[in-house]
Design a protein around this ligand. Structure first.
Ligand SMILES: Cc1ncc(COP(=O)(O)O)c(C=O)c1O
Length: 460
């Protein structure tokens, strides 16, 4: 589809809660971006670029909105918890914010778990996921008493049982089940259909077998069931169907095996807007209401006690509260086959700090941040500095014709799966993450330097 300049125009920050910029982003009197009262140029001068910049109040506000929505939706049932999915982006500072907003942390590795522990998150508000947990990770989870040790396969169930038995402990576990609901923004982030690596299949009977094996073990205790269907899901119905399938499994097991299954975790996957062309994502209260409706219907139909419910939003808390600042490098016009011209603008980062365009074909947008844009916008592709032609930051955007090397560009909605999926491709140091609040900026995670990278080289 041809893209007109009009529908690729870089959107301006408007402070709207459904906008795509962190809520404190605004242009100051001279036309340059400020974030939480700190000029973008000042941040870039002090911390360098590329750089992730998180609006602390915005990220906390999104976490608090989830907590409020779930507390309200499940007030008449058995209550709810929100675990922030640390895989979106985690640092000790971010884990502290989440803890202060009343959330727990869902982790996926030894270092994510250690990060949450250093932030003082208690075991009852910690989770550990993963389809390939190491013995060490399972041991750490048992030491920390994580509430959600989420078992992904029958093989892992046997491993957890063996480790718990060896320690003379009874491990409280959740079983991750696959409901067959295929949802998600991209095949690689849909996780509840059959032909993929995660979970215990309800359809194939593996989930039921895992429940039976857990109940039969003296070293395991069944805390609950877990379902995560994918990521960037706009469709409320997909969540309802997955919830119904998980609740039906719970009901059948409780009735037929005479057991308790006190908790259900419905995972993450709640969508955000990356560009103004994306559909509006449902608000936390809409997702929470859909999940609560499924639980209420199940409880009414079965007469069973309501489960305590938890969820694990990551992207919807982290992505919109952050932008990436890049410095413009080379600029060159490229003649296209249809006779038109596309301007290629390179920046000082790229696929090493945002792999999502290359991995999922994701679209982003951007705006000139260091000064007021002129009105003479031209069709532009913003690219990174890596040795791949797929190293695209923003596929199509209308940016000022006056753009020049040294200008700052800001890309919104980069807080999730940006820094956390960053690489050192081409030996680029990974960008740091700065938090801004009330006119102050501070490191959350400092930027790497070439010296950091060379320090790992045994022969350097
Ligand atoms: C088990 C689990 N929970 C939560 C999440 C977070 O998903 P999202 O960031 O889309 O909310 C993921 C993402 O992959 C996941 O695998």
């Amino acid at each position: 589809m041809p893209v007109s300049l009009e529908n690729i125009a870089a959107p301006e920050p408007d402070g709207s809660p459904v906008g795509i910029w962190p809520v404190s982003v605004a242009r100051n009197a001279s036309g340059a971006f400020e974030i939480a009262g700190v000029p973008a140029a000042q941040i870039a001068a002090e911390f360098g670029t590329p750089l992730f910049v998180i609006d602390e109040a915005d990220m906390r506000g999104r976490a608090a909105a989830w907590k409020r929505a779930m507390d309200q939706a499940f007030a008449g049932l058995a209550g709810a918890d929100v675990f922030y999915a640390g895989k979106a982006f985690l640092s000790v500072g971010v884990a502290r914010w989440m803890g202060e907003e009343g959330l727990g942390i869902d982790t996926c590795s030894e270092t994510e778990l250690e990060t949450a522990l250093r932030a003082g998150i208690p075991g009852r508000l910690l989770g550990l996921h993963g389809n390939g947990k190491s013995v060490r990770e399972i041991g750490m989870a048992l030491d920390a008493g994580v509430a959600h040790l989420v078992v992904d396969s029958l093989a892992e169930l046997a491993l957890v049982e063996k480790i718990a038995a060896g320690r003379g402990q009874k491990a409280s576990i959740m079983l991750r089940v696959t409901t067959g609901v295929h949802a998600g923004g991209h095949e690689f982030i849909a996780t509840a259909h059959e032909d993929q690596k995660f979970g215990l299949s309800i359809a194939a009977g593996t989930a039921r077998r895992a429940i039976e094996e857990t109940l039969a073990s003296a070293s395991l205790e069944l805390a609950g069931l877990h379902s995560h269907i994918g990521s960037q899901i706009l469709n409320l119905d997909a969540f309802s169907r997955a919830a119904e399938a998980t609740l039906a499994l719970r009901a059948a097991a409780m009735r037929e095996l005479g057991c308790e299954i006190p908790e259900i975790d419905f995972g993450g996957g709640y969508a955000v807007r990356y560009t103004v062309l994306d559909d509006l994502a449902p608000a936390p209260v809409e997702y929470a209401t859909a999940l609560a409706a499924a639980v209420r219907a199940n409880v009414e139909a079965t007469g069973l006690p309501a489960p305590h419910v938890s969820i694990e939003p990551g992207r919807s808390i982290a992505a919109p509260a952050c932008l990436t600042l890049y410095t413009v490098g080379t600029i060159k016009p490229v003649q296209l086959e249809d006779g038109t011209t596309r301007r290629y603008v390179s920046v000082d980062g790229g696929m090493s700090d945002n792999i999502r365009p290359a991995l999922y074909g994701s679209d982003y947008t951007c705006a000139l941040a260091s000064r007021r844009p002129s009105d003479d916008a031209v069709r532009t592709r913003v690219v990174g500095k890596h040795c791949e032609s797929g190293d695209i930051v923003v596929r199509d955007v209308a940016l000022s014709a006056q753009l020049a090397p040294g200008d700052l560009l800001a890309v919104p909605a980069t807080g999730a799966y940006g820094r956390s999926m960053a690489s050192n491709y081409n030996m680029l140091p990974r960008p740091g993450v700065v938090a801004v609040r009330d006119g102050q900026a501070r490191w959350l995670v400092r930027s790497e330097t070439p010296a950091d990278l060379l320090a790992l080289d045994a022969d350097a």
